[in-house]
Write a protein that binds this ligand. Structure first.
Ligand code: GLN
Ligand code: ZN
Length: 755
């Protein structure tokens, strides 16, 4: 018995991306889009045919949370009159009738879902026709389908209530959800539905309590008992962590099976006794659905055997830990990665093979082909373990002995030295780093990569861009300049490409949202820095101006959180290695005459664990890594950091402990609400709250910027404030950036005059 919770939908060669973008731009018809989608589903089912079932309804034209919202009739009022694909894509991408629904990260992954908007005024009405059609499509191709459906608790917890009380809306959504199940139940005498309830891993913090049953007792129990009564075979799966507390409740229900993640939630082991006592089938998620590494089949088998010591084997299904959505499609055709490193990798297609092999070994049904697969797997894992590619003694030694996590002087002394040294006006102005990435700039980098232009031509192009950036900033009177990051495609990739221990694939794309995919760097081995990564460009930029040029680095935690990280070393240990590379870079920069260095930690918050009990640990090592990276800065070297998300309340103590001299943050969309916490805790270091939202093409006027700056001054003293946009400007156009920044400087000058 073998199972997965979903398969990547974007297609081996991102066929879905191409079809979607073609459809949106009017180059491809609705019919063509549907036919690409149908073709992809058939191909993906074919890959899954060795499993007990193929997954249905894991496919989506945009996002499966949105699909469920749509199937339940949850549509914001502004799009009510739109139907079909028009209404669907309006919610995802916006429409002339109104802005798109918000989008946010799916738990701690890099996948983003569309946030459903719920209102008590809405009439919810279920329509399972799309699910039913896909089910029949799979049947007609001769497959045994299993429907993947987002559980009602997860759906509700992730939705945004725009009007009314969550509890009241819950009743309405519940009726529609039940109706949806009833429609699905008509398909067959025993339709199998696997409900995804990742919200259950948050335990009693899941935010779903208060949703009581009418007859009292836990809502989880009564909802799932009700669903079971509708004549379907119910599996409820949790993933990304353990779900010990709520697993206990699920075990009291009449569901058929329970799916648990034994990779990210090793504590699920503690639920085995209870599961054994129940009659449930356990879908044991032992193959990692989040990572890209070949499984160590021997140890996976041992894990399954240890589970089987408690639960009878015939009640254990070998499963992936979560949907394979978060892994690339297949290794086939991957020609960019060193062949040995490639042998250590396993993408979605390969993971299904691993599940099959593991299942046969577990049941004692292994023929010689399976046995030799196991032998080969052992060899691969042994080679990986002993490889000089993964183990660099010098790096390990250095990390072990590195103790510098504290700058030489405390902030209050450093800042005196810095203020005297820089002598900036009050409310100094700066930007977050990048300037518009024009088509010409992208072409320049691409042509160089392809060998169509030589190094000298490439460098001249980059220099030209930097000269323009510097001149523009000087002309308008910005205080601290940046070089504009023209040499960077991406803030993590740029560094990864220059570090040992990283590799890059040609085609290992994973969906980030809608048609957008990312190709994260792969950290396979110990990380070190053969040579400076940004020094020459920073020095060149500094040579063009008498003003201070800010050096621009990506922080260790962000590099880690936006990569595929090796699974044979603790994340904290990998992060420390990266931290020392950044420390070396900072040292080279300061020795090279760069006086302000920004260490971006855009993804610091993203790495926060899902369960409260693990937060302390993450904060401790993430903090240590940032500090190991920056402690090398001399007192007069000013360290800036930047974070792009918006809630600081629960992490403010950690932000404080980073001990950056200046932090720029994204507050433009929320007025100065987010800034208040800095005042409340008596935050002493300097802060640059973004004064305008760079995510929108709008150009802020001088007047509104003045109002915004004055609002900031009501929260923090003028000595503590910097003025800047709220994130990098790479996605904007020059026509937007130029007047916006000019207005900022003008607004600041006017406010300065009045102080
Ligand atoms: N320095 C980076 C830039 O300006 C920061 C990007 C980010 O915060 N995501 O592009
Ligand atoms: Zn940002």
């Amino acid at each position: 018995m073998s199972n997965i919770l979903g398969f990547p939908r974007i297609g081996k060669n991102r066929e879905l991306k191409k079809a979607l973008e073609g459809f949106w731009s009017g180059k491809c018809s609705h019919q063509e889009l549907e036919s690409v989608a149908k073709d992809l589903r058939a191909k993906h089912w074919n890959v899954q045919k060795s499993l007990d079932y193929v997954c249905v309804n894991d496919f989506s034209l945009y996002d499966n949370v949105l699909d469920l919202a749509y199937a339940l009739g949850c549509k914001p009022a502004r799009f009510k009159h739109l139907s079909g694909l028009e209404g669907y894509f309006a919610m995802a991408r916006g429409h002339k009738e109104g802005v798109a629904c918000e989008m946010t990260k799916w738990f701690n992954t890099n996948y983003h879902y569309v946030v459903p908007e719920l209102s008590i005024d809405d009439e919810y009405k279920a329509d399972a026709s799309a699910i039913i059609a896909q089910y029949k499509e799979a049947l007609s191709l001769g497959y045994k389908p299993k429907i993947q459906l987002i559980g009602i608790f997860t759906f509700l917890a992730l939705s945004k209530v725009v009007k009314g009380q969550r509890e009241d809306i819950f009743q309405k959504v519940k009726s529609a959800y039940f109706d949806l199940i009833e429609q699905i139940a008509t398909l067959d005498s025993e339709v199998v539905v696997e409900f995804s309830e990742p919200i259950f891993v948050k335990g009693f913090d899941a935010g779903i309590f208060g949703l009581e049953c009418s007859k009292g007792g836990s809502a989880i129990q009564c909802i799932y008992d009700n669903i079971t009564k509708k004549g379907i075979k119910v599996i409820v799966s949790t993933f990304f962590e353990h779900s010990k507390e709520l697993t206990e409740i699920l075990l009291k229900t009449n569901i058929y099976g329970i799916g648990l993640d034994f990779v990210a939630g090793s504590k699920n082991i503690e639920s085995l006794e209870s599961i054994a006592k129940s009659d449930k089938v356990l879908y044991a998620g032992v193959i990692d659905g989040r990572n890209i590494w070949v499984a160590d089949l021997e140890s996976k088998l041992a894990l399954l055997e240890s589970i089987a010591n408690v639960i009878p084997k015939n009640r254990i299904v070998v499963s992936s830990s979560c949907s394979l959505l978060h892994t690339p499609f297949s290794k086939e055709g991957e020609d960019k990665i060193d062949s040995q490193i490639l042998s250590w990798l396993s993408f979605a297609e390969e993971k299904i093979k691993e599940i099959n092999v593991l299942e046969k070994l577990f049941r004692g049904n292994a023929d010689s082909a399976i046995q030799s697969f196991l032998q080969e797997n052992k060899k691969i894992n042994a080679a990986r373990k002993n490889s000089t590619k993964t183990n660099d003694k010098a790096v390990r030694e250095r990390v072990k002995n590195y103790t510098k996590t504290q700058r030489a002087q405390p902030f209050n002394e450093r800042i005196k030295i810095q203020k005297e040294h820089f002598n900036f006006p009050i409310l100094p102005t700066t930007t977050i780093g990048s300037f518009p990435q024009t088509p010409e700039l992208r072409a320049l980098r691409l042509n160089y990569k392809k060998g169509q232009i030589n190094k000298a031509e490439y460098e001249e192009g980059i220099k030209e861009y930097i000269r323009d950036c510097v001149k523009f900033q000087e002309d308008i009177g910005i205080d601290v300049l940046v070089h504009g990051e023209p040499e960077r495609n991406d803030m993590v990739e740029y560094f990864g490409e220059q570090l040992q221990g990283f590799t890059f694939s040609a085609n290992a794309w994973v969906q980030s949202y809608g048609s957008r995919c990312v190709k994260p760097p792969i950290i396979f081995g110990d990380v070190s820095r053969p040579k400076p990564m940004t020094l020459e460009w920073s020095k060149f930029a500094q040579s063009l101006t008498k003003k201070v040029m800010k050096g621009m680095l990506t922080g260790p935690v962000t590099i880690l959180n936006w990569s595929f990280v090796r699974d044979d070393l603790a994340r904290s240990a990998v992060c420390e290695q990266i931290a020392l590379c950044i420390a070396d870079e900072i040292d080279d920069l300061q020795k090279g005459g760069i006086k302000i260095i920004q260490v971006d930690e855009a993804a610091f918050k993203e790495g926060y664990p899902l369960r409260a009990e693990n937060i302390k640990d993450y904060e401790t090592w993430a903090l240590k890594c940032f500090r190991s990276a920056t402690a090398i800065a001399e007192s007069q070297t000013q360290i800036h950091t930047h974070m792009c998300y918006s809630e600081f309340n629960d992490i403010i103590k950690t932000i404080e402990a980073l001990d950056a001299d200046v932090i720029s943050i994204e507050t433009a969309r929320s007025g100065n609400r987010l800034l208040k916490i800095f005042k409340e805790v008596g935050y002493k270091n300097e802060v640059g709250p973004g004064v305008y939202d760079i995510h929108s093409p709008r150009i802020p006027s001088v007047e509104e910027l003045k109002t915004q700056i004055k609002a900031l001054l009501e929260v923090l003293p003028k000595e503590q404030l910097w003025i800047n946009p709220d994130c990098g400007l790479k996605t904007r156009k020059w026509e937007e950036v130029k007047p916006s920044l000019k207005n900022i400087v003008e607004a600041v000058q006017s406010v300065r005059g009045s102080l």
